[in-house]
Write a protein that binds this ligand. Structure first.
Ligand SMILES: Nc1nc2c(c(=O)[nH]1)N[C@H]1C(S)=C(S)[C@@H](COP(=O)(O)OP(=O)(O)OC[C@H]3O[C@@H](n4cnc5c(=O)[nH]c(N)nc54)[C@H](O)[C@@H]3O)O[C@H]1N2
Ligand SMILES: Nc1nc2c(c(=O)[nH]1)N[C@H]1C(S)=C(S)[C@@H](COP(=O)(O)OP(=O)(O)OC[C@H]3O[C@@H](n4cnc5c(=O)[nH]c(N)nc54)[C@H](O)[C@@H]3O)O[C@H]1N2
Ligand code: SF4
Ligand SMILES: [Mo]
Length: 694
């Protein structure tokens, strides 16, 4: 019997927790949290534990596949890797010859393992790398940039030491990051207060010391009134504001009309409740975290909500503070050398991005762009034709609104490739499917974690691939070989790692003991006077020139959203602890635990429609309908219905998920055009449905 323990990185969601994998006779026996990372407490979440089921699942793409029928028809021919990669490279070269390299677009799921494939795109000469973020956290990212000149990940949420945590459209105990959950649990045991502001009582609300049910779409009104109250009652941190805030006076004037009484009529939350909440926050300050949100692609003003949250954190002096939002450190900040980057091998492509980020819209960062605007460029072939698209660990047909329109847009493509470890609607619609080994079967490039205690970490292969799949670095390397980018061609993963470590003084053996290398001995909190924001004034700038130059106000007056008409409900959605987006619903273990989603509907509203708990109901919009089981509850606002996102799969390859539950993104007609013009993200919750029994 052989037994080994492998340090690796979970891949069941994009949090990428450090794990330890127990392997017996070449089989994965058990997955736990990496014991060398104390905040993991040896745990993984339910999805992390179901990695073994993903590995064993025979309903995932098992060899490269090339389409033989129409797109989406599900007719495939199995291909060897050489044939599939030759096919993709040849098509990419044709597109490049016919339209230029910029005609090749690519999207992925963000994260720390991107350097090599981004370098591949740069080497080809296309600027059109995109991540998924216009469907997720783009508004938070742009809000952070607009105020501080730094991205959202420049700060750490120091839950463990916090005294008051506020979750507003952030459901930390179901939308899980294991280390954050553990840290917050510790804090709660130490008396930390937890306030949840949500449209329904989720699991986080059940653990909260305070819960406010807010009318969907009115969060900005609530937050403006909180700012009003903090300023009006002089509850803010004067030292922080005078040292680090530019534009306080303008803010003070702007919020004058937004009293708690005014907000009460918009949000349904009593003025007195808001007032005592503001007092409590001030009492806990500066060890306060008002989480700026994660999946914030919800409303046309979500960007301004995120800005208001960052402003509140600043007013309370939480920036840079223990128990608040301390700044993360990069390797260079602790005297370490950075990894050598594949991206540095090639010059910036001398081309404008198809999505307009960075030139048409200079308030949007150009690095990862906005995928929905890239899709628009495919549709209109403007500012130039985009003819090839690689969806790399990305399923836009499940993750963007209006999939039928997206399919029609993609009709304009000469090549559509999906690189994936499970079936997805996008893979099913592709010309070529390149099966990625699951995270337990593949190595990844070394990654950097900027943190209070920065580190390098690596994913090691726990077991050999079960099917004919490859690791990311192998796929990119083989495409690079075929597309004349010799610097990205590697035969062994050790050579990839050696390249990255070249200037660090480390070798891959340094990762053996813990799966990671700490670059500092302990967490470092910067001193108050050492903070530097990356704006021109080096302070938090309430007035953003960049925003204003692009025609957006820095301090935008509140405008009520469209509310549902009689008989309509706002379509809302979120996460549960058992599934990740759309890609675990066919996982044998997780599917068994939760095979379908249900429709949360308020008890009084359900009664009007003669709907009882567990009834089958029909949800409709614009003549499109799906059925789902009702969950009748007092714990959701009457304006909204709610589902867990990711269900309603309709592809034959997934027998367990087929036809189960409802797909929320199909109830977002026209949704690719409904987005937050200041923050860049899709506004997914500006859609209404009707519900009937049966
Ligand atoms: N288990 C699990 N964990 C995950 C994921 C997963 O799929 N499964 N996905 C990961 C990803 S990609 C992301 S982006 C994060 C998402 O993390 P979160 O953004 O925290 O998760 P969500 O469940 O999408 O939304 C949070 C809450 O917003 C509420 N909400 C909806 N509309 C409104 C509103 O108008 N106002 C207010 N105040 N609240 C509202 C919902 O009811 C929900 O409880 O989770 C990550 N973690
Ligand atoms: N209607 C609606 N739309 C949404 C959302 C919603 O709640 N409602 N949520 C939005 C949010 S927050 C996000 S982040 C996006 C997500 O949208 P996507 O990023 O498209 O969602 P995933 O299901 O995570 O898709 C990742 C795909 O990559 C494949 N994959 C390959 N390798 C790996 C790996 O190592 N790890 C992982 N995790 N996947 C791999 C998976 O099999 C899957 O097919 O969708 C957004 N769209
Ligand atoms: S939160 Fe869960 S699924 Fe996501 S990486 Fe961590 S253990 Fe894996
Ligand atoms: Mo997300």
């Amino acid at each position: 019997m052989t037994q080994k323990s492998v340090f690796s990185v979970c891949g069941m969601c994009t949090v990428r927790c450090p794990i330890q994998v127990e392997v017996q006779n070449g089989q994965v026996e058990f997955i736990s949290g990496n014991p060398h990372v104390p905040a993991m407490k040896g745990a993984v979440c339910p999805r992390g534990a179901a990695g073994t089921a993903l590995l064993l699942d025979n309903e995932r793409p098992r060899t490269p596949l090339i389409r033989t029928g129409e797109r989406g028809e599900g007719k495939w021919r199995k291909a060897g890797w050489d044939e599939a990669l030759d096919y993709v490279a040849e098509k990419l070269n044709q597109v490049k010859a016919g339209y230029g390299a910029r005609s090749i677009a690519f999207s992925d799921r963000g994260g720390p393992f991107r350097d090599m494939h981004r370098a591949f795109l740069k080497g080809l000469g296309t600027p059109n790398y995109n991540n998924h973020d216009s469907s997720c956290a783009k508004n938070v990212q742009h809000a952070a940039l607009s105020l501080t000149g730094m991205g959202r990940k420049a700060v750490f949420y120091d839950f463990k030491n916090a005294k008051h945590v506020v979750l507003q459209f952030r459901n930390i105990f179901e939308a899980i990051n294991v280390q954050e959950v553990n840290d917050l649990m510790d804090a709660l045991e130490n008396g930390c207060k937890l306030t949840v502001i949500d449209i329904r009582a989720n699991i986080s609300a059940a653990k909260a010391t305070g819960f406010m049910m807010i009318r969907p779409g009115t969060d900005y009104a609530f937050n403006l009134a909180v700012i009003h109250e903090i300023i009006n009652k002089r509850l803010y941190d004067e030292r922080f504001v005078s040292r680090y805030m530019e534009g306080f006076k303008a803010l003070e004037t702007f919020v004058t009309p937004y009293t708690p009484e005014w907000a009460q009529t918009e949000t349904g939350i009593a003025a007195a409740t808001l007032r005592s909440f503001a007092q409590e926050l001030a009492k806990a300050a500066p060890s306060v975290i008002w989480h700026p949100g994660w999946m914030t692609a919800r409303y046309k003003d979500s960007f301004y909500i995120c800005r208001s949250i960052y402003i509140i954190n600043a007013l309370l002096g939480a920036y840079g503070t223990r128990g608040g939002l301390p700044f993360v450190l990069k390797p260079g900040d602790v005297g370490a050398k950075s990894l050598k980057s594949f991206m540095d091998l090639y010059p910036e492509p001398d081309e404008k991005r198809a999505d307009g980020a960075g030139w048409k819209y200079t308030h949007f960062e150009d690095g990862p762009g906005l995928a929905h605007l890239m899709f628009k460029a495919i549709e209109e072939q403007e500012p130039y034709p985009v003819k090839a698209y690689i969806a790399y660990r990305h399923d836009p047909l499940m993750g963007y609104p209006d999939p039928d329109r997206l399919r029609r847009i993609w009709d304009k493509l000469d090549l559509l490739v999906s690189v994936t470890f499970s079936w997805s609607d996008t893979a099913w619609h592709s010309d070529v499917v390149l099966p990625l080994s699951t995270y337990l079967e593949r190595e990844s490039i070394i990654a950097t974690k900027n943190a209070l205690k920065p580190q390098f970490f690596v994913r090691k292969r726990a077991v050999a691939p079960r099917y004919d799949s490859l690791a990311d670095w192998e796929i990119i390397s083989e495409l690079a070989r075929r597309m004349d980018l010799p610097d990205l061609v590697f035969d062994r993963v050790e050579d990839v790692w050696n390249f990255q470590l070249r200037e660090t003084g480390l070798t891959i053996e340094n990762f053996d003991a813990k799966g990671l290398v700490d670059l500092a001995d302990e967490a470092v909190y910067k001193n108050f006077d050492e903070f530097t924001f990356e704006t021109a004034s080096k302070k938090i700038e309430i007035i953003s020139e960049n925003l204003e130059e692009n025609g957006h106000l820095s301090l935008k007056p509140y405008e009520p959203p469209a509310f549902p008409k009689e008989g309509q409900f706002r379509m809302t959605f979120g996460r549960c602890a058992i599934h990740t987006q759309g890609h675990t619903v066919n996982n044998p273990l997780l599917n068994e635990q939760m095979p379908e989603n249900t429709l949360w509907i308020n008890t009084a509203e359900a009664r009007k429609l003669n709907i009882s708990d567990q009834d089958i109901v029909t949800v409709s919009q614009n003549g499109y309908s799906e059925t789902i089981r009702a969950y009748v509850t007092d714990h959701i606002h009457p304006d909204a219905v709610f589902v867990i996102h990711g269900f309603g799969h309709r592809i034959k390859a997934e027998s367990r998920a087929f036809g189960k539950g409802l797909a929320d993104n199909k109830f977002m007609a026209g949704g690719l055009d409904i987005w937050d013009k200041a923050g860049g993200a899709i506004a997914y919750q500006e859609h209404f449905v009707t519900v009937s029994k049966g």
